[in-house]
Design a protein around this ligand. Structure first.
Ligand SMILES: [Mg+2]
Length: 509
């Protein structure tokens, strides 16, 4: 059967070699007594081929990647989010939010005192996961809304595949349960953790769930979810105050940020900031990152913007914040002036008062929905995503053991695909071993990123739901905003010509 198949040129050549080897053997042995030799020979040939291949070059951790062609010469206006876009936080921020949220759960929501003993576990959750607020499980979905088996957790306990199927009866989640997943939209059954602030929040949710489960305490997943979410949200003002007192403890220094802004201003570009954070907090961070004169780089500064509503609401007055007296001012705003701090408002007013529109605006943010979705879908702005996790993801992709395993997985899968119709019982045993090896490989290249949930960007073989949305809403993406310093202000980013399934020949990537 194998020999009748015409799959590809490379497979054809491989089969010719195979025939050659067959000729050298006693066919009766192959066909009657030692039929497994056929599979073993094919396996060894593919393995040798894989081992002889040169591994792909490393990817530059600081590169900017294009989902869509973007010519920076057309961009006259650069807009920025603040948290996790300009200001990248150290792991200490995760501990702080976790501890403050845990404290609020006990003090405000009267959760059991023993949860004060719970400790943040760095690297437990990843961005982009979904939380089922009715069933109380954290899970990873792919771009087809399929659940990734092995990445479904209740608290700190992984659910078996059978348990997952009992819960959902299907491995595909209906679209109505998932979309439209704004960060603050909990009307559906699932919410997505789309920003990095939600990672410690998920850690707290899983730890408290685990505490309840271990102690056989009855709880309602939705109530727990809302209490944890509110606790972390209510902790933000305290977090702002603590971070403001010691920004170096929480924000990573980035000496290139000032150089980046200088270069944009010298090139005649306009700069603006639209952030949900309050001015005092932003000011402390920007003074540390850029200098006390940071405001001079920006033509418009809008704080407490209430994104995504800033980009979707039809009307909310834009107001002035007087940073000298530290309070809000009631004056009507009729024009936007450099050096004035504004808050709230809508993108409509920003566009009307500046005439910054469409593709001449490039806005950078870390949140695919709050920052990027509406500005690209509704307003035609160009968009850049700052995805801090890319550093870890690319460093992992560059590891030799990852490259070897990923390529062997591809080639082994090809081998399995070609030989899956074997019917001989002995052959089926060999085939089962291949499947077992494939399962191990799949798990190895998952846990190398994150033991529980794997890569932010991939499930076993598909892009994640997070990836799909990110690639739809972002023209370019990179790990840090200042990576753009490696490219001129006239650079054009070209997306790769992606390989479609019907164009696919080699299993070696
Ligand atoms: Mg942000």
């Amino acid at each position: 059967m194998l020999l009748c198949k015409t799959i590809s040129i490379s497979t054809f050549k491989q089969n010719l070699n195979y025939l050659e080897k067959l000729r050298c053997c006693d066919l009766s042995i192959f066909l009657r007594k030692h039929s497994t030799n056929r599979l073993e020979l094919a396996y060894q040939m593919i393995k040798d081929k894989c081992d002889s291949k040169k591994l792909p070059k490393d990817v530059d951790v600081k590169a900017v990647f294009a989902c869509n062609e973007l010519d920076l010469r057309e961009v006259n206006v650069y807009g920025f989010d603040y948290d996790y876009t300009l200001a990248c936080y150290k792991p200490s921020m995760d501990y702080l939010l976790y501890n403050l949220g845990r404290q609020t759960l006990i003090e405000k929501y009267k959760y059991p005192q023993p949860i004060s003993q719970l400790q943040y576990k760095p690297g437990y959750a990843i961005r982009g996961l979904h939380y089922d607020i009715q069933k109380g499980v954290l899970l990873k979905l792919d771009s087809f809304l399929q659940i990734q088996f092995g990445s479904v957790y209740r608290g700190l306990t992984a659910l078996s595949n059978d348990e997952v199927l009992q819960l959902y009866r299907n491995r595909i989640i209906p679209i109505a349960a998932v979309e439209y997943s704004r960060s603050d939209d909990t009307q559906g059954k699932m919410v997505q953790l789309a920003d990095l602030f939600s990672v410690p929040e998920m850690g707290l949710l899983c730890d408290v769930t685990d505490y309840f489960e271990r102690n056989h305490i009855d709880y309602h997943p939705e109530i727990l979810f809302r209490d944890v979410k509110n606790s972390v949200r209510l902790s933000h003002p305290v977090m702002h105050s603590i971070v403001g007192q010691n920004v170096s403890e929480y924000i990573k220094h980035n000496a290139d940020l000032r150089i980046f802004f200088q270069r944009l201003v010298e090139a005649g570009k306009k700069l603006f900031l639209v952030t949900n954070s309050p001015f005092k907090f932003v000011n402390k961070g920007m003074e540390m990152l850029v200098g006390r004169d940071w405001k001079e780089f920006f033509d418009v500064i809008i704080v407490q913007a209430r994104k995504p509503k800033f980009f979707t609401d039809k009307s909310r007055p834009i107001r002035v914040y007087d940073d000298k007296i530290g309070s809000h001012v009631w004056d009507r705003v009729v024009k936007l002036e450099k050096g004035i701090i504004y808050y709230e408002g809508t993108v409509k007013q920003l566009q009307d008062m500046t005439n910054w529109r469409g593709h001449q605006v490039l806005y950078f943010g870390d949140h695919p929905y709050s920052d990027l979705a509406d500005v690209t879908l509704e307003h035609g702005w160009r968009t850049g995503a700052i995805i801090n996790e890319l550093t870890h993801e690319i460093e992992t992709l560059n590891r030799t053991d990852f490259k070897r395993n990923a390529n062997w997985l591809q080639m082994l899968t090809g081998l399995i695909e070609e030989h899956q119709d074997c019917e001989d019982p002995d052959e089926q045993k060999v085939f089962a071993q291949w499947m077992q090896e494939r399962d191990c490989l799949r798990n190895d290249i998952k846990i190398i990123f994150n033991r529980q949930f794997g890569s932010v960007f991939r499930t076993y073989h598909n892009p994640t739901y997070f990836s799909r949305r990110l690639f739809r809403f972002a023209d370019i993406y990179t790990s840090n905003i200042t990576n753009l310093l490696s490219y001129s202000v006239n650079h054009t980013f070209y997306p790769r010509r992606g390989v479609m399934p019907h164009e696919y020949i080699s299993y070696f990537v």
